[in-house]
Design a protein around this ligand. Structure first.
Ligand code: KIV
Ligand code: ZN
Length: 519
């Protein structure tokens, strides 16, 4: 009989730590709703002690999704972090607290500068405290793969005795190799089952050597019952274990692993595309399962073989991961039903009837203009509409612009709206984007510097849509902005404004928090 493997998705916690992948609350909820359709068992929604914004996002996700999916969030082994997790997830039906503390010599000596016994005691106290708040507590032995085994086990034994119900073994720096990591999990599992066979053994791998999926599968083979992954393998540095790879690895090689998951695999590609749209971070074309070429056969020999029998070169079908229905081509004649279907396929929840009619009117206007409407157009339409709905008087909007480019003095003239005020200005730059960004920067009065600018075409033919991703630095922090439009100058302006708005929102949030603390 197959063993069931529990899948925890940490895209919204470990994945979101990636520079440029920051999502707002609305986007996080949109993504969490798609994770629910994908049927992940657990969503790790964030790190609430890291900022007020993260706390609120975790709370919103727990409120919106906590009745059907298990919700957790991360805490360091300190009371205030544990309280922040508890307060943000307690509304969910079956929440648990996730505590992390290092076990490797380098973490104990360099990060904490304490004795091994003192660090172990910190972990035990943290678990005991978390248990006073919730019945389920996960303990992560950070940097486990580089830890001295006897100290690692001593820690696991102590935290299980203190009440931990899940032990997570992370390969934090992606140092592990499959045979060795599998052996580590086998040894831990053997002792853990003797100690308390109710405690769940979990793994969490990083991809620095490109081995995260292999290490995770090897851990499963050796007894791991739960895996922590992210969509598209998004995560720190080279990323985390890719959820879609592990899930399909188990499904396709069920004869070897004898394990299965609850994941609705036909939602995999849709989830991957939604994340790409939300973060602006593309998946490499040859990425397993979700890359654009993952099911494309170009060599003549392969095509010939496939025409004779699909199984000649195909180990899984594109339909199984949800590829077949991804490309949506709508026209002005597509009715409400087709449009509703397209919105849902992009991973959005349909709002009330009133909102739907507003969206449909926008869709008809777009279809008249573009003739053919693709999935990214639908995405942009809905995301843009929802962003307008939460328009905030602190934020800048593009009212109008004109850019004149030549090799003497490229000039941009821009009008921005902020609340009831309209600000206008002109500036000359080295090129059209330099002029455009120069005038927006002057009008905002913020000393931001552009660190990264990227433009991609995400459509075909003459109706091509340009997607612009930017990163700016302001007050020592990095903020990103994205926008899509058939007019790439307009997309460039809006992306830059979105970056500035992200910085403004964070700064006002921080001053509100300071104000509250001062009272
Ligand atoms: O990589 C890591 O060690 C982590 C832990 C919090 C599980 O992300
Ligand atoms: Zn991690």
């Amino acid at each position: 009989m197959n063993r069931n493997i529990i899948v925890l998705d940490t895209t919204l916690r470990d994945g979101e730590q990636v520079p440029g992948a920051k999502l707002n609350v609305q986007q996080k909820i949109e993504f969490a709703q798609q994770l629910k359709r994908l049927q992940v068992d657990i969503i790790e929604a964030g790190f609430p002690a890291s900022s007020k914004g993260d706390f609120q996002a975790v709370q919103e996700i727990a409120r919106a999704m906590g009745d059907t999916v298990t919700i957790t969030a991360l805490a360091r082994a300190v009371k205030s972090d544990i309280e922040a997790v508890y307060e943000s997830i307690k509304i969910a039906q079956n929440p648990f607290i996730h505590i992390v503390l290092g076990t490797s010599n380098i973490h104990v000596e360099k990060k904490f500068n304490r004795s091994k016994d003192a660090v172990l005691e910190m972990g035990v106290e943290a678990v005991k405290y978390a248990k006073t708040l919730l019945p389920h507590v996960q303990y992560s032995t950070e940097d486990a793969s580089r830890s001295d085994f006897e100290y690692l086990w001593k820690t696991i034994e102590a935290v299980v005795k203190a009440g931990a119900t899940m032990i997570n073994v992370p390969d934090t720096v992606g140092y592990a190799v499959p045979e060795e990591f599998g052996e580590l999990i086998r040894k831990i599992n053997e002792r853990l089952k003797n100690l308390n066979d109710k405690v769940i053994l979990s793994v969490h791998c990083h991809n620095d050597l490109g081995l995260a999926t292999a290490n995770t599968l090897s851990a499963i083979k050796n007894g791991a019952e739960k895996v922590e992954c992210t969509i598209n393998g998004l995560g720190e540095r080279a990323g985390n274990t890719s959820l879609e790879e592990v899930v399909m690895g188990l499904k396709v090689r069920e004869n070897y692993y004898h394990c299965s998951t609850r994941i609705q695999t036909t939602e995999l590609v849709r989830t991957s595309r939604l994340l790409t749209h939300l973060t602006g971070l593309d998946v490499q074309v040859n990425k397993a399962i979700t890359g654009e070429n993952a099911f494309a056969h170009s060599s003549g020999i392969h095509q010939d073989g496939l025409l004779k029998d699909k199984n000649v070169y195909e180990i899984m079908s594109p339909e199984e991961v949800g590829v077949e229905s991804m490309e949506l081509i709508l026209t002005a004649r597509s009715g409400r039903h087709a449009f509703k279907n397209a919105v849902e396929k992009m991973g959005f929840e349909i709002g009330d009837a009133n909102e739907f009619e507003q969206l449909f009117a926008k869709f008809i206007a777009l279809a008249d203009l573009k003739k053919e409407v693709y999935d990214h157009d639908v995405f942009y339409l809905v995301a843009g509409h929802r962003a307008e709905a939460v328009s905030d008087s602190r934020l800048y909007e593009l009212e109008s612009f004109q850019v004149v480019t030549n090799d003497l003095s490229p000039t941009a003239t821009v009008a921005l709206k902020r609340g009831g005020e309209v600000l206008k200005g002109s500036e000359v730059g080295d090129g059209p984007i330099d002029a455009l960004y120069g005038v927006i920067k002057s009008l905002s009065g913020l000393d931001v510097s552009l660190k990264h600018y990227k433009i991609n075409s995400i459509s075909r033919g003459k109706e091509a849509v340009g997607r612009v991703n930017i990163q700016i630095e302001y007050g020592g922090k990095t903020y990103s902005g994205r926008a899509m439009d058939t007019d790439i100058i307009k997309a460039s302006a809006i992306a830059f404004l979105n970056g500035i708005n992200a910085a403004l929102l964070e700064k006002t949030q921080e001053s509100m928090e300071e104000g509250a603390r001062a009272k």
